[in-house]
Design a protein around this ligand. Sequence first.
Ligand code: ZN
Length: 160
Amino acid sequence: MKRHDYITWEEYFMGIALLSARRSKDPNTQVGACIVNENNIILSTGYNGMPKGCSDDDLPWDRDGDFQDTKYAYVCHAELNAILNSDGRSLADAILYVSLFPCNECAKAIIQAGIKKVIYQEDKYPDCDASEVSRKLFKMAGITLEKFQSTLFENGLTLF
Ligand SMILES: [Zn+2]
């Protein structure tokens, strides 16, 4: 008899997004993303971090202060990194799994990459401007939004 308690594709890909988030050096917010095609093949992954070659020891991780002294000026979000890490593979009609609902800047990149569906685990800031703009853009662009339904990662990703 085969096993019946195996994880679903959705749990598998969100699990990979959550594992990717564990690579983040951000002390406050760790976000991970995983992009897959319609054949359940992983095309790319990403997490929030400083641009390549820009030392995450020398750049700030602060949330407050002058713009140049905050992380917001420097950090690449998980979704953008996943898109840019796809190494030339087409992301047309792909599905993006992400641990946190995308901001408006990532929404633009998701749309331009041709991604057709976004499955997110958490929507922590639904009323902030960035989230409202994302929803507006996704709706206009015909991108499907889906809240991740499984209870598997309710308490985060437990490693082994
Ligand atoms: Zn973003």
